[in-house]
Each structure stands twice: as structure tokens, then as C-alpha cells.
Design a protein. Structure first.
Ligand SMILES: Cc1cc2nc3c(=O)[nH]c(=O)nc-3n(C[C@H](O)[C@H](O)[C@H](O)COP(=O)(O)O)c2cc1C
Ligand code: SF4
Ligand code: SF4
Ligand code: SF4
Ligand code: SF4
Ligand code: FES
Lengths: 626, 429
């Protein structure tokens, strides 16, 4: 790469040819104010906040959209630039309502910040507060609100919606000073909007508000935790804003990767949480409850089985090995047989995947299970399967097929070098067969195979558990009386086993033990319930599609999942004469439900979110249309 | 002859009969008449006698400058595009929306084949196979006329595959704008042609390098392109038309308080004063007050001898001349212009979007009688700063008229502060 040397405020910096002035300045930590620039978005160059002085041409140029040349000399804070900045800010402030005290963005607002550093500090043009009005636009949404008066028309919201999640939900209405940002379809909650909140997060001012957050907290009083969303196997980087007790919002990082599951669904973590262990509905201490569980296990280890959730972290899974009892998980239904058929699986690089020419999507609707990966794929998709959920959002080339027919159609329709994306759909033998086919396509047609389960840590179970027994066989053993005690981590069993069957299974059990974050649902019908931390309450590593990543503690509880298992271990003598190895399910009985794979009830977390549930009702029209 | 709606009966006159040769009367010249009066002979000559490069050299030597406002040398613009690989596109800018500008429409409505012939020759010179005419939405008749003329030209083999039996192929598509002045700005025009919102692009890259759909593109004004057949016809004799360095015919749209408003064709050695005389002089024996030169600025009586050419001190631009007399108020006229810019600013960049709005609001105070001396300072402050950060010509030129007025008609501002309007428009005394 050809290098050029630029002088910025007297400091020489060497950069690649084709670098912008702004990027070069960043290299030497020079702060240049911006509104419309974002490193992940195409250059818009409209706000003119980033003007700098090009000494050679004696002109103010924009830093974000001007490219360096060899010998360029830039001044970022000479008198002319200070004047220019002041003027731009003056223009943005003349009709700005300056209602910072009641604006959600105050404290993290670029206009406020730049205004403080470089603004005129007084009203230059004589505009009274009564004249600070612009036309309004009601977005007709329960979640997003537009305050036109505060908008600086940087267009980042439209750009992020067009270029990142590609849902094209926003546009610019009218022209010039009268321009408004408006949803393409109203009411917005039943439009193509993903409710990813990217437009809210990227807005440099308080012009787009997230209604559930509105008037709830001052951002500077909140703690922010940079972590990874553990609601599907993508593990997007997100920020959690909290006060140590409660989560106020979950938002995107500069990577701009987030979907509605954490964005809208953050409220699930504040909802109906189980605080104390209970035995037969009565609060007990952790020690008592865990001793009780220890007794159950040690009294009859071979009559006890464990169901683990793919929402558990690697650390917890690793410890579960030590309990030395039959362990199963719903991944024996889909992921495990798939991998058995496929053999060693190494996920391709996400960045490479994002830029693929075209994709073949099979099985479940990944716009619901793994929304973020679909942001990058619109209009370049061949979809083979049932017309499920919201897959139409991708404008796919649609090939109708069901069951194994999908796999046959896949074989016929894959072109050399395709990227095949699969979340879930096939169980048992079918899954294994798909695995074999995918392996063949990878080898013979040079395809990239992307396996993105709808749950976060399926690969973590495979990588960390030493043995897994078949899910169906384990339940059969309960029915035949071979197993009497069931210890469940998470609620998957209630999502995957038909209600009548589950009742029957439960009626056969002597002890139903449930580790759960929530004080409702399955917790109401189990004998012993123990609180469980979710990904927002305990550090943990997860084996995401994008590699191993960590979720960090935002809310600190008095207990830890890992310690809980340690405590149980104290009460048992793990004999562990179980044979190591993985046993996946081959034949799938009628009473197994397939995934409920949509944004709203893909997991027992989403089910608890009032925001997601209400949005589902609003979005029903869009769903019905399909 | 076909009937086209809404064609105004504009005066048109010429001292040289080049661009307006067939366009002095209000009727649309059909292809047969165009041919019998020498039309398409330049095309035949170009395709049979010259290589594309010869035409480019001819245009360079002609000193032809763009008639769309910026006055950029056409030959040089073509060179830039020619430095880039094919496919290249040619776009005719027929968005003509500047206040007081109506010179392009007269060519389109009365002599459409002159433009079409110019485009075909230009396409040949540029190695383009496709040309577009982006015509403003408010010229519905113009669009129909062009569509029909293009169809006629296709039938006669002037457009389409293998024109006049050569291996050169070229076609033209007409695209109607939707009523935005900003879509006359060449990069906004290109965005609009691509189906996007009419926002000017950042430059570089220039259209000659990356224009329509990322391909090298030449955008030329209607009048510029209409000059091409004349250049090819006259070759070196073209350099006898008008003053040295500013050869060729020029159209001047004159409106306002002259006896015969209309489009006048002349060489560029005339002065503003002579041009007004060409249009019959001042109407009703009233006293001249000022000329609003479209978006370029204001000329006072002292400047009537300005040459109508593209020299640094010349009138330049599109040649738009709006004549004001003693009954017109400068402030009132400025408000009309400011309203136009406020309404037409695309809103992409902050200084122009907000600046044009505030400029208008302050001007209105002078008319409402609420202005103070401080407001003159505010106007100067805005005039000084709006252009600095603006992306396109609209922002650069929006304060021109106000800036000129503050220099040349400053006393009228002070009078308005005292609630006096010399023309009796804003306040009746
Ligand atoms: C706001 C704005 C509006 C413009 N409108 C027109 C127009 O209506 N017609 C036109 O020919 N050029 C217009 N231009 C100039 C074009 O950008 C461009 O310079 C011109 O089409 C080039 O053609 P020329 O070189 O033949 O003059 C406009 C420029 C600006 C900044
Ligand atoms: S929430 Fe996401 S999808 Fe909806 S408008 Fe904002 S950026 Fe677009
Ligand atoms: S709403 Fe926010 S992000 Fe969108 S244009 Fe306005 S200021 Fe920019
Ligand atoms: S795509 Fe998956 S990991 Fe990313 S934010 Fe959505 S649920 Fe979380
Ligand atoms: S100067 Fe005005 S018209 Fe031009 S891009 Fe900026 S806002 Fe739009
Ligand atoms: S940040 Fe550069 S113009 Fe907006």
C-alpha cells in the first residue's frame, strides 16, 4: 500500500493513500467533532461539523470526506476553523429547543458536547424560545419516538437502517429546513422495522428516543458494561446500562450489531426473577436447598438425570461434568446429530461471510433466530424451506420445500462457492443426513457452511461436556420408571415437549428440580427451584459462531451459578462410572415440538419480555401476511 | 402538426440567427423542416469527415463554456471524461429552474432537433452510447416534444444502432424531474437519475470520473449542447462569432420591467445596457433600478456596462437578466429570491439548510418593520458564513443577492428600519 505523509497541526503522520483526514487525525488522537460520520457507514459529509483547514489550498474542507495527499498540511484549530465550527454549531442551535433537562440524550449528546467546547455560548441570531419549532412527525410507535425539534439531520439513522440492518424503515420526508425523518410505513410497529434500536443509538442528539427508556434514568448515573449478547449463537457485542440492580437498556456498540431480542427484550431480566430457593413453594436457604439436591443425587445417582440448557456458560458446563450423572440437552435433537453427520466443524470468518455474493438459507427463518447475520444478506438469498415467519424480509429467491425435500432441493440448487446458512429445523436422522450433505457440499462445491443455532452455547455444550445422553431416551427412562429424579437447568424441556406428554413425564417423577432465573412458568410445578444467573448477571464464556467470547456481569447477585454447583458437589460423592461420549437422538417421537423460532418466543428469556410480547401482537399483521 | 400544451408565447429575437435560427416563432420545428434548413448536416459531417478526437479538438478550440451557470470550458470537461474508460454517459441538463431563467426551454420547445443533433455529435465525440435528457417536471410539453422528436430521429436513422450507416450507435432517454431546483446541480441530478433522493454528492470524485452508476459522465446544459452542431458546421469560422476567447452565440433570458421580455441571442461582446435595449428598453418610461442576475447577484445602474461574457469581470452564468425599475423594492425582491433558496435548499448540509431559512426570516423583518441595525449585522454574518461550509453551488450562491444588495443598496435597508420603502411596496408612505 502506498504511504503518504500528512502534517496535522504540525505533527507528521504516515498513513495509507486513500485514508481520510479524519482517520489520519484519529491516529494521532486529534479530536475532530463530527455529527454525520460513522466509521461503519458510507460518508455522507452533510453536517460540516468536521471542517479543517487545508493549508495548501487555503480552504476549509471536511475531514470525514477528504482524502489525504502526500505533503498535505492540515490545521484543525486555527482561527478560521474555530469560526467555522462556531458557525455550524450556531446554525444547529438557533432553532434547537435546548430542552436538555428533559432530554434523554443529555449527558451523551454530541450537540451538547461540541457546543460546550466550540459553540458560540450565546444566542447569536435573535430567536426567541417560542420560535424554536419545526414541523413534527408522529412515528406511531410504542417504542420509538421522533423529536423533530432536536434533529440535526445528520441522516445517520436513515443510513444505519439502509446500510447496516438494511430494513429501509426510515426516509427523509420533505426538503431543506422542513426535512423530517419519518418511517416508511406507519404504524411503525407493524412495519419492516427490526426494532434493533440502531437508529436510537446512533442519533447524536435526542431526536430519536426509545420510549421504554424515556424519563427512566440519566445516562451519566448508569454503569455501562461492555459485553456480548448471549441470546443466540452470534454473540453480538452490546452495552448494558444498569445501576447494579436493574437493567435500563441494552444497546449496540460502535460495531452496530444488535437485534430486538436484547434491545427490546432487556426488560425480561427485570421481570419476575426468582430470588430465593424454594422447596415445595416455601423459601429456603441456598445451603438447605443445595444439600437437599445433593442428597437426591447421592442417594441414587443412576436414577437421576440432568437436563442442561444451551444458555449456560462454559464455566458452568464444565462443572456439571463433575456431578457424574446422566446429562442430556435439547441439542441432542438437532445440533449434535448435525455435527455427527458433518464431522469436525470450523466456522468460517464472519467478516468474510458478510460480504458474500449470495447465500443459500435453509430450514428455519434466520431473520428471527439470528437476526444480525441476516442484516448483511438482503436481496442476495436463495431460501429453501417452508414459508416461515418473516423470511420474506430478505427478498429471497424462494424455493418451496418441506422436510427432507429441503435437503434434496439444496443439493440441486447450490452453486459453486455458495454460503449456506442454517440455524435449525431438522432433528434426529434428518439432521445427521443434512450434516453429511453439508460436508459434501463444503468439500465438493467449495461451499462455506454457516451453522448458527438459535441458542448461544450449543457449541459450548459439545466442547465442554464429557458426555451427553439422548434427550428422548432419557425421557423414556422417566416414563418407564428407570429415572425418578430430574434436575433441569433452564426451561427448554417445556418448550420442546408437548404439554400433555410433559404432564405425564412430570407425574412419574419423584423429584423435579429446576434451576431457573424466573419465578413463574415451570418453577410453579417443580418441587425444588433454585435461582439461576443469566448472561447479564455472571461472567461466562460462550462458544459463539464468531468464536469464544465473554459475557460480563452487569447485575451482581449474591450467588453464582458456578458456586452453586460447587456446593452441590460438596454433598455428593461423584463416582462417575458413566461412559464418556455423545449420544444424539435418531428417531424423534411425535411429542417433541420443533423450535418456536421467532424473535418473540425463541427462548425462555424472550417469552418473559413484555416489550417483545407486545411488539409481537403489533407485528402480527406482518406475520399473517406471510 | 401536433399540439403541445402550455407553451408560452415568448418573445425571441436574434442578431445572429444561430441558436434561434428556427426558434423565433412560437412553433415546434419538425424533423423535415429541420433537415431542409440544414439540420443534421453537422451530424453527417461529423460522422463521415471527422474522428471523435477531431470533434473534441474543435470544441476545445471553440472556447465554448458551459451555459448551465458555472461557465466551465466544455472541451476541458470532455477531456476529463475521455481519460476514463468506457462506458461513458452523456447527460443533458434541462432542469432549468433558476429564477428568471427560460432560455433552454425555447430550444427544447421550438427547435428540439438542434439539441438532439448536438447530443448525438457529443455522444460520438465522447464515445458514449447512451444519453439522458433530465428535464424539469414543470416542462411537460418539453418532455413530450423531446420524446416525439427523438422518435422521429430514430425513424430517420439519426439515433439507434449504426447511425447513418456508421458503426456508431447512440440513443437518448428522457427523464422528467419532480420539481426540485437542486436536481439541476449535476451530482444531485445524477443521484436523481439513479432513483435516489436529489442530494448533491461530495466531490471528488467528479462526474467525469465517477458519475452516473459510477461511470464517467459528462453533464452539459441544453444551450451548451445546442452549440455543438454550430461548431461543427462553422469549424474555424466559429471563431468569428463574438469576442476573442468568448466565441459563439449566447442566449439571454430577460424578464422584468423591459418593453419586450423574452429570449435574446447575441454574441458576448454586448453589454448589459445594450441587452436591455435589445429588449426594447425600460417599460413605461420608468427609471432603471437594478438587475437580478438569477442567483449570481445584483447589478446596479453603475454597472450597466458590464460585458455579457465569461471574463472574470463579465456577467457570466446563465445570462439571466431580471430587470427592476423604480417601482420595485430591493428588500421585497430579495425576499422572493431568499424564499426560493430556502424552499429549494436540499437540506443536506447545515449552513445552507439553516442559513437560507434564517436569512429569509431576517429579511422578512425589514418588510414587517421590526428590523433593527443589528439585523444588518446578522445578514452580513450569514452572508459571510453560509458559503464556507456548503457543499454545492446553491449554498455558495444563496447569499449573493443579499450580499450585493448590502453593498449596492444599503440605504434601502436603513430606510426599511425606519419603516420607509422608497418604492412604496413594503410600506405606503
Ligand atoms: C443549485 C444548482 C442548480 C443548477 N441548475 C442547473 C440547471 O437547471 N441547468 C443547468 O444546465 N445547469 C444547472 N446547474 C449547473 C450544473 O451543476 C452543471 O454545472 C451544468 O449542468 C454543467 O453544464 P455546462 O458545463 O454545460 O454548463 C446548477 C447548479 C447548481 C449548483
Ligand atoms: S429500530 Fe432499527 S430497523 Fe427500526 S428504524 Fe431504527 S434502525 Fe431501522
Ligand atoms: S434523528 Fe438523529 S440520527 Fe436521525 S437525522 Fe436526526 S439527528 Fe441524525
Ligand atoms: S443476533 Fe443473536 S447475539 Fe446478536 S443481538 Fe440478536 S440475539 Fe443477540
Ligand atoms: S449547499 Fe444547500 S443545496 Fe447544496 S448540498 Fe448543501 S444544503 Fe443541499
Ligand atoms: S462529520 Fe464530516 S461532514 Fe458531518
Amino acid at each position: 500500500m502506498e504511504k503518504v505523509t500528512v502534517k496535522i497541526d504540525g505533527i507528521e503522520v504516515q498513513v495509507d493513500k486513500g485514508t481520510t483526514v479524519l482517520e489520519a487525525a484519529k491516529k494521532i488522537n486529534k479530536l475532530i467533532p463530527t455529527f454525520c460520520y460513522h466509521e461503519k457507514l458510507p460518508i455522507f459529509g452533510g453536517c460540516r461539523m468536521c471542517l479543517v483547514y487545508d493549508v495548501k489550498s487555503k480552504r476549509s474542507i471536511i475531514a470525514c470526506g477528504s482524502y489525504v495527499y502526500d505533503g498535505m498540511e492540515i490545521e484543525t484549530e486555527n482561527q478560521q476553523i474555530l469560526n467555522d465550527r462556531k458557525f455550524i454549531l450556531e446554525m444547529l442551535f438557533t432553532r434547537h429547543p435546548l430542552d436538555c433537562p428533559i432530554c434523554d440524550k443529555a449527558g451523551e449528546c454530541d450537540l451538547q458536547n461540541w457546543g460546550t467546547y466550540w459553540g458560540p455560548q450565546n444566542n447569536v441570531l435573535p430567536i426567541t424560545p417560542f420560535e424554536k419549532i419545526r414541523p413534527e412527525d408522529d412515528w406511531e410507535s410504542d417504542y420509538l419516538e421522533y423529536v423533530s425539534n432536536r434533529c440535526v439531520l445528520c441522516i445517520k439513522c436513515v443510513s444505519v437502517c439502509d446500510n447496516i440492518n438494511q430494513s429501509h424503515s426510515l426516509f427523509q420526508l420533505e426538503r431543506g429546513f422542513e426535512t423530517l425523518i419519518s418511517p416508511v410505513t406507519k404504524p411503525m410497529d407493524s412495519s419492516s422495522c427490526e426494532m434493533c434500536g440502531l437508529c436510537v443509538d446512533i442519533c447524536p442528539v435526542g431526536a430519536i428516543l426509545f420510549k421504554p427508556f424515556k424519563y427512566n434514568a440519566r445516562p451519566w448515573l448508569l454503569n455501562e458494561t461492555f459485553t456480548h449478547c448471549s441470546l443466540c449463537s452470534l454473540g453480538c457485542p452490546v452495552v448494558i446500562d444498569h445501576d447494579g440492580k436493574k437493567i435500563y437498556r441494552i444497546r449496540s456498540t460502535a460495531e452496530l450489531e444488535i437485534c430486538a431480542k436484547p434491545y427490546l427484550g432487556y426488560d425480561a431480566y427485570n421481570t419476575n426473577r426468582l430470588k430465593n430457593p424454594k422447596i415445595q413453594g416455601k423459601d429456603v436457604s441456598f445451603d438447605n436447598a443445595l444439600e437437599f439436591i445433593g442428597q437426591i443425587i447421592s442417594q441414587n445417582p443412576s436414577k437421576t438425570a440432568l437436563v442442561v440448557s444451551p444458555y449456560l456458560s462454559n464455566e458452568v458446563l464444565e462443572k456439571i461434568n463433575k456431578l457424574g450423572i446422566t446429562t442430556t440437552s435439547i441439542i441432542t435433537l438437532d445440533l449434535l446429530p448435525l455435527l455427527e453427520g458433518f464431522g469436525d466443524y470450523n466456522p468460517p470468518d464472519f467478516e468474510e461471510i458478510k460480504n458474500a455474493e449470495h447465500y443459500v438459507v435453509i430450514g428455519d427463518d434466520i431473520t428471527d433466530t439470528n437476526p444480525v447475520i441476516t442484516y448483511y444478506m438482503k436481496k442476495r438469498v436463495v431460501y429453501i424451506g417452508e414459508q416461515l415467519g418473516r423470511i420474506k424480509k430478505l427478498y429471497p429467491n424462494f424455493i418451496q420445500a418441506e422436510g427432507r425435500g429441503i435437503i434434496e432441493k439444496l443439493k440441486e440448487n447450490v452453486e459453486e462457492g455458495s454460503v449456506i446458512v442454517y440455524s435449525s429445523y431438522f432433528f434426529g436422522e434428518d439432521a445427521k443426513y443434512l450434516g453429511e450433505v453439508l460436508r459434501k457440499l463444503q468439500e465438493e462445491k467449495n461451499c462455506k457452511v454457516v451453522i448458527v443455532p438459535p441458542y448461544p452455547n450449543g457449541f459450548g455444550i459439545v466442547n465442554n461436556l464429557k458426555r451427553i445422553s439422548s434427550f428422548v431416551k432419557t425421557l423414556d427412562k422417566i416414563l418407564s420408571g428407570e429415572i425418578e429424579n430430574l434436575v433441569m437447568f433452564g426451561e427448554e424441556i417445556s418448550l420442546f415437549v408437548e404439554e400433555e406428554k410433559l404432564k405425564e413425564i412430570f407425574s412419574k417423577l419423584k423429584n423435579k428440580v429446576l434451576f431457573t432465573p424466573f419465578d413463574d412458568g415451570l418453577a410453579l410445578v417443580c418441587d425444588v427451584v433454585i435461582p439461576l444467573n443469566t448472561w447479564v448477571e455472571e461472567d461466562g464464556n460462550y462458544d459463539f459462531f464468531t468464536g469464544q467470547k465473554k459475557s460480563k456481569t452487569s447485575i451482581k447477585n449474591s450467588f453464582k451459578n458456578t458456586e452453586i454447583i460447587d456446593k452441590i458437589l460438596k454433598h455428593i460423592n461423584p463416582t462417575s462410572n458413566l461412559i464418556e461420549g455423545f449420544e444424539s437422538d435418531c428417531t424423534i417421537p411425535e411429542w417433541i415440538n420443533r423450535f418456536k423460532t421467532n424473535i418473540w418466543d425463541a427462548s425462555y428469556f424472550s417469552l418473559r419480555s413484555e416489550n417483545l410480547t407486545n411488539w409481537k401482537i403489533k407485528n402480527q399483521e406482518v406475520l399473517n401476511e406471510r | 402538426m401536433k399540439y403541445y400544451p402550455n407553451i408560452p408565447d415568448l418573445n425571441a429575437n436574434s442578431s445572429i440567427n444561430l441558436l434561434l435560427k428556427r426558434a423565433k416563432e412560437n412553433r415546434t420545428v419538425g424533423i423535415e423542416e429541420y433537415e431542409t434548413t440544414g439540420g443534421y448536416s453537422a451530424l453527417r459531417k461529423a460522422l463521415t469527415r471527422f474522428k471523435p478526437e477531431d470533434i473534441v479538438i474543435m470544441v476545445e478550440e471553440s472556447t465554448l463554456r458551459g451555459r448551465g451557470g458555472a461557465g466551465f470550458p466544455t472541451g476541458r470537461k470532455w477531456r476529463f471524461a475521455l481519460a476514463n474508460p468506457k462506458p461513458r454517459y452523456l447527460i443533458c441538463n434541462a432542469d432549468e429552474s433558476e429564477p428568471g431563467t427560460f432560455k433552454d426551454r425555447i430550444i427544447i420547445e421550438r427547435d428540439p432537433h438542434l439539441l438532439i443533433e448536438g447530443m448525438i455529435i457529443s455522444g460520438y465525440a465522447l464515445g458514449a452510447e447512451l444519453g439522458f435528457i433530465y428535464i424539469r417536471g414543470e416542462y411537460p410539453a418539453g418532455a413530450m416534444i423531446l420524446e416525439d422528436a427523438i422518435e422521429d430521429a430514430r425513424k430517420k436513422g439519426y439515433l439507434g444502432k449504426n447511425i447513418l450507416g456508421t458503426d456508431f450507435s447512440f440513443d437518448i432517454l428522457v427523464y422528467r424531474g419532480a420539481g426540485a431546483y437542486i436536481c439541476g446541480e449535476e451530482t444531485a441530478l445524477i443521484e436523481s437519475l439513479e432513483g435516489k433522493r436529489g442530494h448533491p454528492r461530495l466531490r471528488p470524485p467528479y462526474p467525469a470520473n465517477e458519475g452516473l452508476f459510477g461511470r464517467p459522465t459528462v453533464v452539459n446544459n441544453v444551450e451548451t449542447l445546442a452549440n455543438i452542431p454550430i461548431i461543427v458546421t462553422y469549424e474555424n469560422y466559429y471563431m468569428n462569432i463574438g469576442p476573442a476567447g468568448y466565441y459563439g452565440p449566447k442566449l439571454f433570458p430577460i424578464s422584468g420591467k423591459v418593453k419586450k421580455p423574452g429570449v435574446y441571442e447575441s454574441t458576448m461582446d454586448i453589454t448589459l445596457r445594450e441587452l436591455i435595449d435589445m429588449a426594447g428598453g425600460m417599460r413605461d418610461g420608468k427609471k432603471f433600478k437594478a438587475v437580478f442576475a438569477g442567483s449570481l447577484g445584483i447589478y446596479s445602474e453603475k454597472e450597466l456596462d458590464v460585458p455579457m461574457d465569461y471574463s472574470p469581470k463579465g456577467f457570466g452564468g446563465t445570462g439571466t437578466t431580471i430587470v427592476l425599475d423604480e417601482d420595485d423594492c430591493i428588500i421585497d425582491s430579495l425576499i422572493v429570491v431568499a424564499e426560493f433558496f430556502e424552499h429549494e435548499s436540499c437540506g443536506k448540509c447545515t449552513p445552507c439548510r439553516v442559513g437560507t431559512y434564517e436569512l429569509l426570516n431576517i429579511l422578512k423583518k425589514f418588510q414587517e418593520g421590526t428590523a433593527t441595525e443589528q439585523d444588518i449585522k446578522y445578514l452580513e454574518h450569514l452572508c459571510e458564513n453560509i458559503p464556507v461550509g456548503s457543499i454545492c453551488g446553491l449554498g455558495y450562491s444563496a447569499p449573493n443577492a443579499v450580499r450585493d444588495a448590502l453593498k449596492k443598496f444599503r440605504d434601502e435597508f436603513y430606510m426599511h428600519i425606519e419603516k420607509k420603502c422608497p418604492a412604496g411596496v413594503c410600506f405606503k408612505s
